[in-house]
Design a binder for this molecule. Structure first.
Ligand code: 6CS
Length: 343
């Protein structure tokens, strides 16, 4: 698969993507931007909007080709393509980098960020722990996260009702590949299996796995709810995506291009917040009103949420002692920042 992908990328241009390099007038730039989602979904729409803005600002000099998920392999193949410079830009989920960037698994911790998605986004924008310290950890692997943004609060879907931790006992839960995500579900007693989302619909349909977590728009657009009976509004975590670039490529951009990329990344934070919000709201209504594929929506009581929180807390200690390579310092700093933001 990787060989095929390399050949396809080489045919699409390869190299550093710049033509007439040397900084003269008339220079054009051809970059590749890969996402983990398909046309219409938040990451893909983000990349399309990003490409449109860059083209406009550069008077047509910057051409960004946006790739849907699937065309260039799995989520982990895409991580490698960004690292080796086969693609310049990627929307990447930390949930697929945990075997490499251990600290990035901070996003796997449940009930860490505020319940409010707005406040969570504010912390993702402002946090030094994430935008400086965690970014440094990714840069050791040639990945520069230029921004972090939420795709919405995550919910559980399942083939049987989940409203308290005991319901997770031996439950076959699909997760992304970062080991700490698996730990978070083992803490509830579940039996987690990592898997690409490209295999998930079939796995849920056949009962290979019994449930999964995702923001509502993704549960809807990927049709997972059609092969599940319940959706628990758990808000146990936020789905965080990162806008990433190949570090050497980014550092090698001329000042004008670097500023244009940085400004566009920054503008896109508000845009993508509104995009995820409207997609999540729209899909909640569609799932509720789909009589052909009925889904029972389970709202957790505060007591039930507390039961999950209690089980989730020791995973933070595990992160500090067994996962972090800096004794949990990034987590400590992030928790201070969350507290200082009034949470
Ligand atoms: O569950 C997943 O793996 C996928 N979920 C989202 C919201 N985006 C892409 C990711 O691969």
């Amino acid at each position: 698969m990787l060989l095929v992908v390399s050949i396809v990328l080489a045919a699409c241009g390869g190299g550093n993507g710049d033509e007439n390099a040397g900084g003269s007038e008339g220079q054009t730039y051809n970059w590749k931007f890969v996402t983990e989602e398909v046309d219409g979904q938040v990451q893909y729409e983000y990349a399309e909007e990003f490409a449109k803005r860059m083209k406009e600002k550069s008077d047509g000099a910057v051409n960004i080709e946006v790739y849907e998920f699937g065309g260039l392999g799995s989520e982990t193949d895409q991580v490698e393509q960004l690292q080796n410079g086969a693609v310049e830009m990627a929307v990447m989920s930390p949930g697929f980098t945990g075997n490499m960037v251990k600290e990035g698994q901070i996003f796997a911790l449940h009930f860490l960020f505020p319940d409010s998605v707005e406040k969570t986004q504010q912390i993702l924008n402002d946090s030094e722990a994430l935008n400086k310290d965690l970014r440094g950890k990714y840069e050791e692997h040639s990945i520069s996260p230029l921004s972090y943004w939420t795709e919405g609060a995550m919910q559980w879907t399942s083939s049987k009702e989940i409203s308290e931790p005991a319901d997770f006992q031996n439950f076959k839960m699909r997760t992304q590949t970062s080991p700490l995500i698996l730990e978070s579900y083992k803490a509830y007693g579940a039996d987690p299996t990592p898997m690409s989302w490209s295999e998930l619909y079939t796995a849920l349909d056949r009962g290979t796995v019994e449930g999964q977590e995702n923001p509502i728009f993704f549960i809807g657009d990927a049709s997972f709810y059609e092969v599940q009976d319940y959706m628990t509004i758990s808000n146990h975590n936020n789905y965080v995506a990162m806008t990433t670039v190949n570090t050497d490529w980014y550092e090698g951009l001329n000042d004008e291009m670097k500023t244009m990329v940085d400004e566009t990344v920054s503008e896109m934070q508000e845009w993508v917040f509104e995009e995820q919000k409207s997609q999540n709201e729209k899909w909640l209504e569609e799932i509720k009103n789909d009589d052909e594929n009925p889904t029972e929506i389970v709202e957790l009581t505060e007591e039930q949420r507390e039961m999950f929180k209690e089980k989730a807390m020791p995973v933070r200690d595990f992160y500090r002692s067994d996962v972090s390579t800096v004794d949990g310092k990034i987590l400590d700093k992030l928790q201070e920042e969350i507290k200082a933001a009034g949470e």
